[in-house]
Design a protein around this ligand. Structure first.
Ligand code: CO8
Length: 257
């Protein structure tokens, strides 16, 4: 099935997903979310891709769920259509996902950015959950992901007030990784992505799983997984190549096996 609401491309070892509903500030309708997640899964299965980038346009990363589509929903229509099941699949993507955010990342758009592993933001980007002003609340993980990222008190303030937060403030609270001039967002995102894409792929994958474990589990369980993954890394050719290259004082050539 061809994509209607996203554009895709490949640059070096990065698979790029561009949100493409510019007329409505990239508001996320359900088909668009299906396309985004389906494409993430396609890139995740592709051995030539080492990292995934999600970006919008100059004005907006995404201004939230499509309000026109959502306004007729009822509890039962939501229960039956189960619109958030597709979001859970993002959590299963093994490769690094980097969001490049220019302009608005609001509501579901902010939730999409928070589902990514790293965020590069423009100085003029604004992040927020305006749902409260619509009489609802975040539904695609926003209350959970933002609280884990910045702590309870600040997350409550942000979600209760519904006001956007600047990129600088988001940086200060550890919600985004880097803030750069708007015209540098893509370049900086690709620089970061390419750096990660050059690392040993098996190690990158095991690191993502291990760090994710730290967020949700007791320290004992996290340490067990870290140790298991550390041992597993020694089953890869990349471990041998990486250590050999170090002793031979040359750059390693990682193959992802
Ligand atoms: N849904 C539908 N249409 C939208 C949305 C949206 N979320 N955001 C913008 N648009 C449309 C506008 O209606 C407008 O259309 P038209 O040209 O036909 O009038 C067009 O995009 C351009 O928008 P504006 O004219 O408003 O542009 P401005 O620069 O003046 O303002 C803003 C940009 C600030 C982004 C403004 O459009 C805005 O406030 N948008 C709504 C933001 C919002 O409330 N988002 C939260 C939605 S609720 C939500 O996300 C719940 C998430 C849980 C589920 C997630 C599942 C996907």
């Amino acid at each position: 099935m061809s994509n209607r609401f996203i554009k895709t491309s490949v640059e070096n070892k990065a698979g790029i997903i561009q949100l493409n509903r510019p007329d409505v500030a990239n508001a996320l309708n359900r088909q668009m979310v299906d396309e985004i997640v389906g494409q993430m899964e396609t890139f995740d299965r592709d051995d030539s891709i080492r990292a995934i980038v999600v970006k919008g346009n100059k004005k907006a990363f995404a201004a939230g769920a499509d309000i026109d589509e959502m306004m007729e929903d009822s509890p039962l229509s939501l229960e039956l259509s189960n619109p958030f099941a597709v979001w859970d699949r993002i959590m299963l993507i093994k490769k690094p996902i980097i969001a490049a955010v220019n302009g608005f990342a609001l509501g579901g758009g902010f939730e999409l950015a928070l589902h990514c592993d790293l965020i590069v933001a423009a100085e003029n980007a604004s992040f927020g959950f305006p749902e409260v002003t619509l009489g609802v609340m975040p539904g695609a993980g926003g209350t959970q992901l933002l609280t884990k990222a910045m702590g309870r008190a600040k997350a409550l303030e942000w979600i209760w007030l519904g006001q956007p937060m600047s990129a600088q403030e988001a940086l200060q609270y550890g919600v985004v990784n880097r803030v750069v001039a708007p015209e540098m967002v893509e370049e900086e995102t690709m620089r970061l992505t390419n750096q990660i894409a050059e690392q040993a792929p098996v190690a990158v994958r095991l690191i993502k799983e291990s760090v994710d474990e730290a967020v949700d589990t007791p320290i004992e369980d996290g340490l067990k997984l870290e140790r298991k993954n550390f041992y597993l890394a020694f089953a890869s050719q990349d471990q041998k190549e990486g250590m050999q290259a170090f002793t031979e004082k040359r750059s390693p050539s990682f193959k992802g096996v």
